[in-house]
Design a protein around this ligand. Structure first.
Ligand code: FMN
Length: 389
């Protein structure tokens, strides 16, 4: 008699508060640069995120929804800064749900990294030339201190206390709109050198008031935003917080800082730390940096071991067995897939085959695909047996 194998952890449901994910794969937030200057959802977004849901992930995050127009990176970012956005966002969320995934949203203010060109246009601050080329005027960016994001970049305006209060409130309003649109998971973007991260790091935050100075002062904006968002985000729905766990810069934010912040966020009702890294200093995206699969897993593991929070890990995860090993090793609770899902939106379904064999067709694939593909697999296996291939 054969003993029944337990399901791989990657395909074991995970319940966070009252929301159950059918598996532990999330599509990481990824900007699509497909919105018009009004920041609203268009058909492209509905199709793109629907395609991600059809690929089998348990949780599909939207790209960053900007909480104010000034908080956008580019003129093609999606927004959540007005109640007019609720209805089109609801269509996107409903479509993801109808296709079998839990819809998640991410909210962002880009701070001193706002007002830039799209990546393929240079990813540099907008200038007069962008007005001439595309009618895209730069706007004034804001930050904790008047320190440019990179050498030669425009100097951001240091936020006043009332400016900070407005930004905290705008995060709360955006969370309410995401709730009203029917998203079931929310991720606050506190990473990659954007506004929240720039308050956390001593490199970018040189304030001397209550929002700067020691670690507690630098954490204050993140904590106020988490509290304002949790107020608007229903108790039954999980809240994630994305952190750059390390700056990887001399004198920057460290893993020890991350653990202290994560504990405080947990007290405020954050459930999952979405563990990323870096992004504060010189932008590394346009250059190729050698990185191995799962290079950020140690951050998720450290947070998970040092706190009672769950963690999501991300970063060049492409192999199903590797992802399963991360979960089995207790190193993270969720695996987020980014660029691999752009390359292959069916990655989660293919991972189910890789880990469970043909049984996965019946359990996870749409019957109309499974019926054909299983036959195809058997034909190919038979051909192999008769040395046809
Ligand atoms: C096209 C693109 C857009 C991205 N946009 C966002 C975003 O809106 N919010 C965010 O937190 N991270 C964003 N990221 C980072 C991804 O969520 C992810 O952390 C990163 O790509 C590393 O994971 P990967 O190696 O699986 O791609 C983006 C990445 C890509 C490739």
């Amino acid at each position: 008699m054969t003993t029944q194998q337990p399901d791989p952890l990657l395909f074991t449901p995970l319940t966070l508060r009252d929301v159950t994910l059918k598996n532990r794969i999330a599509i990481s937030p990824m900007q699509q640069y497909a919105a018009g200057p009004d920041g609203k959802v268009v058909d492209y977004h509905t199709v793109h995120y629907g395609r991600m849901a059809m690929g089998g992930a348990g949780l599909v995050f939207t790209e960053a929804l900007c909480i104010t127009p000034e908080g956008r990176l580019t003129y093609s970012d999606l927004g959540a800064w007005h109640d007019d956005f609720i209805e089109p966002l609801a269509r996107l969320a409903d479509n993801v749900r109808a296709l079998g995934a839990v819809p998640g949203a991410q909210i962002l203010h880009a701070g001193r990294k706002a007002s830039v060109q799209r990546p393929w246009q240079g990813y540099m601050p907008l200038t007069e030339q962008d007005i001439a080329d595309r009618g895209e005027a730069p706007w004034q960016t804001v930050a904790p201190s008047p320190l440019p994001a990179n050498p030669g970049w425009p100097t951001p305006q240091a936020l006043t206390a009332s400016g900070i209060a407005e930004i905290v409130a705008a995060h709360g309003d955006a969370a309410r709109r995401c709730r009203q649109a029917g998203f079931e998971v929310l991720d606050i973007h506190g990473a990659h050198g954007y506004l929240i991260h720039s308050f956390l790091s001593p490199i970018s935050n040189q304030r001397t008031d209550g929002y700067g100075g020691d670690r507690l002062g630098r954490m204050r904006l993140a904590l106020e935003i988490a509290a304002a968002v949790r107020d608007e985000w229903p108790d039954e729905r999980p809240l994630f917080f994305r952190l750059s766990c390390i700056d990887d810069e001399p004198g920057g934010w460290t893993m020890a800082d991350t653990i202290i912040l994560a504990r405080e966020l947990g007290r405020l009702g954050v459930d999952v730390i979405d563990c990323s890294s870096r992004g504060l200093g010189q932008r590394t995206t346009p250059v190729v940096v050698a990185r191995e699969q799962g290079f950020q897993v140690p951050f998720a593991e450290d947070v998970r071991r040092a706190t009672d929070l769950k963690t999501m890990t991300v970063g060049l995860i492409m192999d199903a067995a590797f992802a399963e090993g991360v979960l089995q090793g207790g190193r993270a609770d969720l695996i987020a897939i980014g660029r691999e899902a752009l390359f292959n939106p069916q990655w989660p379904l293919q991972a189910s085959l890789a880990l469970m064999g043909d049984e996965a067709y019946e359990r996870f694939w749409r019957p109309s695909d499974a019926w054909w593909l299983e036959k195809r697999a058997r034909s190919l296996a038979a051909a192999k047996d008769t040395a046809l291939v």
